[in-house]
Design a protein around this ligand. Sequence first.
Ligand code: ATP
Length: 254
Amino acid sequence: RSNRRLLTAANLSASHGAVQALEDVSLHVDEGEIVSLIGANGAGKSTLLGCISGRYRPSQGTLEFAGRSLRGIAADKRPGLGIALAPEGRSLFGSLTVEENLMMGYFSQLRRSGLSQLIAPRGEHHRAMLEVMEEVMTFFPKLRQRRHQQAGTLSGGEGQMVNIARALMSRPQLLMLDEPSFGLAPQVTREILESLPDLTRKGVSILIIEQNAKAALQMSDRGYVLVNGSIVAEGQSNALLERADINEAFLGWQ
Ligand code: ATP
């Protein structure tokens, strides 16, 4: 496993109006790692992912991705750099098919508008897109049988798989997952979490937000604990899982 730094957030602060959501947060993700970000409702987890995806602008601090500053880079340019977000909840296009939703993920990283090229069956991007789709489907084989089904009719677990698969369609180096267990049964959650190490073997690093701290730490290399916008603990997941204070704080989330 290489230890090359992929993402570095240094001394990041961010506010939503009068609400300070993040204060002096520093965190990193190395190539090949799965890193968990855990914390209660309102701790600032989504705000942190939003700063990395470009949805929110930090009021202070710096973000570096693959050796370059993200300052001034708009959200719609970040997938093209290798940063993808699978957002919380149901954000699929319900009336589009699974395959069409995945195509939307592929568009997101095209630097020029490739829409008409993509729609044209012999367009320059079409073949490449189909290749990426095949590769993405190998991570979630269940989606293969569902590819022509309307996304709005999928089960919760299948919908989450499409949500993640769509993010993967931009061929990210960093995949950010916002609460993939949201609304899912424990067994379905486990199935999704267990697919993640396969991705790191393909060169995708993962930053995952979870309220279900135990499940998240069990499948990640390292973790950060966020309380009221600040990081209060960090380290190897095994070590965090063994800490009594952390166990105590996380009781009831499992
Ligand atoms: P959850 O687990 O509930 O999603 P979270 O840890 O992701 O929570 P954030 O969504 O980042 O937390 O929210 C951090 C704080 O910022 C909270 O106090 C929240 O109410 C506030 N906040 C988040 N988004 C906005 C917004 N768009 N406008 C105003 N306040 C916001």
